[in-house]
Design a binder for this molecule. Sequence first.
Ligand code: TNX
Length: 517
Amino acid sequence: ALALPVILPATPAAAAPTAPARHLSDVIPAPVETHPDAHNTFRITPLTVIRTTPGSAAAWQVGHQLATTLRPATGHPLPVLPVRSTPLPEIALLIGGADDRIGQQGYQLDVTRRGVTIRANTPAGLFAGTQTLRQLLPAEIEAPDRQRTTWTVPGGRIVDYPRFAYRGAMLDLARHFHTVDDITAYVDLLSQYKINYLHLHLTDDQGWRIQIDSWPRLTTVGGGPGTGVDGVGPGYLTKADYKTVVAYAAARHITIIPEIDMPGHTNAAQSTYPELNCDGVAPPPRTDIAVGYSSLCINDELTYRFVEDVIRELAAITPGPFLHIGGDEAHATTDEDYRTFMNRVLPLVAKYGKRASGWNEITQSDLPTDAVAQFWGTGTTNASLAAAAARGNKIIMSPANKAYLDMKYDANTRLGLRWAGLIEVSDAYGWDPATRVTGVGENAILGVEAPLWSETLRTLDDIEYMAFPRLPAIAELGWSTTASHDWESFRTRLGEQAPRWRLQQVDFYPSPQVPWT
Ligand code: TNX
């Protein structure tokens, strides 16, 4: 008898686990409009391709970044093709053809059985859409290695665009230096929440963190060994490092804003160069966290040569429009000297092609109308800020008792300060930028920014712990409509971010206010 080959039934593949279904509105920041269509979910499979507008290198770049994000966990090839159509299931990233309302930063996202289509007027808008897509996929998409799950995207349409053009974060490199790797890791996290500006606080009393060729000891001494709070935060960015950060951020549609804080907060420079002091004597370096004791010498021409050198060199390596000149807490400068100084320095910023921004104290000087003032107060009135807004200056809102990421969450928080109060997640979320300060309404506001001062922070884990989960709260205030402002909804969506943060190894504060999943 003929021996027949034994054909075993194929082992049924163990069904891939199905993650709890995501909904189109389970996104931070909350999208403007969602139109769910439960019958039209899309699945990313081994056949899925990413298609981008032909001829747009920038769109292809966004597609390539999306593929890089989706490949590790899916294990799928996800080729990126700049073509008009494919017969395959696709994720299409297309410039043009979207809802009129999306503007320069928004996007429209359509999910059907056959594919996902993101449309935008700009690469920045496409990128924002891909960050939404990322959050619509199961949390396992953030895993560094292949996961067995079904990569479902909920069906329907999102039309989404920001309330404010400016959504910022700030990192203080002066009190403790943070490396290029730490800054770029922070950029990755910021970009997931549609933050589009990163302000780097580069100089302060305790350290100078950016290379300036015409004053070389600023970094080697002012940023050298023994600098930083407690003398344990040395380091600085070379110009090459700075350009690396600028390019890395730009690829994620984040613009870097460099800050040189002056005329106060300047001890690192003045202890390095005696000639920057009125008496020609260099004060000792400072590693404590006091503020308000240092001042550049207002009536010395050398001061303005120094400032011009710094502004010129920094402007030359900064492609973004803004240069931040600090201006806060100049308690060792008289009011008259402060105005004299700003009247000299503001035109220098313009001379090198930049738009000045500064802390709200700059509104006490004669501001050009394109200057931007950053409110950091804790109150709800500020006469000179309101007057500047009335004259047409734009305002960035960073109220210290709401938006400061360096304030402790509660009395037990190991890191952080508490001068502006304790800031739980509900406090960080519970305010409206356009009604915070009398006379500074919606139209005067360029946007919001969440500053992170580094007196108590040394590592990336420290940064993450203070920023998460409050940074997403500020990001939502900057992007989403007031109509969608809702604490119950926000804290639920925030709780759903936790599995993503765990997979990305983000060290977050597990606030008792949030239903973590
Ligand atoms: C105030 S806010 C400062 C900084 C400190 C911060 C600490 C501002 C413009 N100045 O010098 O680092 O408080 O929270």
